[in-house]
Design a protein around this ligand. Structure first.
Ligand SMILES: NC(=O)c1ccc[n+]([C@@H]2O[C@H](COP(=O)([O-])OP(=O)(O)OC[C@H]3O[C@@H](n4cnc5c(N)ncnc54)[C@H](O)[C@@H]3O)[C@@H](O)[C@H]2O)c1
Length: 254
């Protein structure tokens, strides 16, 4: 929770991948607190639905098509938020996927490139396009999404994805430390298994096996990650900079 009541009221967040899962849950949570939420997604219909859900939750939603692998789309997305709401206070880079499961020797160039374009370039573009605006305003918080996979390496199911999330963590640290004394905080969150459409690519039994490995014996919920994102964006603990926050149900990942 923020230290200041109504902290998010009238402030603006841009969320990529807002059409589903963690992005959608976060959009609704910011809506609940009266924020302006620009919902961006490559699935335009889902982005529109997310914007309506923000309105229903009590905020002001708007939607934009954006493929985070395309710099021009990200430029337009940030421009649209500034035009509509005047300022971007927060960016949540949630769009991401493992694309498909693969053992190490099964990763081909296409899977590698798609994974890195989505998870790494998408995050890089978002940060690079919004930071000049945040510098101008002297304020901004960016939250990226990594994964516990970055620690475990994703053996025999997603080393391409795990390593791309490692890159997200490293990029987060580098940018965060460069701008930390200029009013900008950049962090990442590292969830273990969360029950969203992300899991649709799993082979049979993979989800249950992963959950069985979690000490809490359940998957995380998208809204639990969304509440954390809101805490990180708030004024509750502004000394949090650059690091990733693990959300694991107790660990058990590998
Ligand atoms: N669910 C998990 O277990 C889990 C665990 C750790 C990290 N993550 C990360 O959390 C983030 C959110 O995942 P989720 O679980 O909400 O998945 P999700 O599949 O429910 O949502 C992902 C959203 O991203 C959008 N998207 C995909 N490609 C896009 C692109 N090129 N441009 C814009 N939008 C695009 C999709 O349309 C979808 O709406 C991802 O970065 C994922 O890697 C998820």
């Amino acid at each position: 929770m923020p230290k200041t009541p109504d902290y998010f009221k009238g402030k603006t967040i841009v969320i990529t991948g807002a059409g589903s899962g963690i992005g959608l849950a976060t959009a609704k949570i910011f809506g609940r607190e009266g924020a302006n939420v620009l919902c961006a997604d490559v699935n335009e219909q889902a982005a529109n639905q997310a914007a309506r859900a923000v309105d229903e939750a009590g905020g002001t939603g708007a939607a934009v098509f954006a493929d985070v692998t395309q710099r021009a789309d990200i430029k337009k997305m940030i421009g649209a938020a500034i035009e509509k709401f005047g300022q971007v206070h927060f960016l949540f880079n949630s769009a991401g996927s493992a694309i498909r499961r693969a053992k190490f020797l099964e990763i081909d160039d296409e899977l590698w490139d798609k994974t890195y374009d989505l998870n790494v370039k998408g995050t890089f573009y978002g940060m690079q396009e919004v930071i000049p605006h945040m510098l101008e305003k002297g304020f901004g918080v960016i939250v990226n999404v990594a994964s516990t996979a970055a620690k475990g390496g994703g053996p025999a199911k997603s080393p391409h994805y795990a390593s791309s999330k490692g890159a997200v963590n490293t990029l987060t640290m580098g940018a965060a430390r460069e701008f930390a004394d200029q009013g900008i905080r950049i962090l990442s969150v590292s969830p273990a298994i969360v029950d969203t459409a992300f899991q649709d690519i799993n082979e049979e039994g993979m989800f249950d096996a992963a959950v069985a490995n979690v000490p809490s014996k359940r998957a995380g919920r998208a809204d639990e990650i969304g509440e954390l994102v809101q805490f990180l964006c708030s004024d509750a603990c502004e000394f949090m900079v650059a690091d990733t926050v693990m959300v694991t149900g107790g660990g058990g990942y590998r």
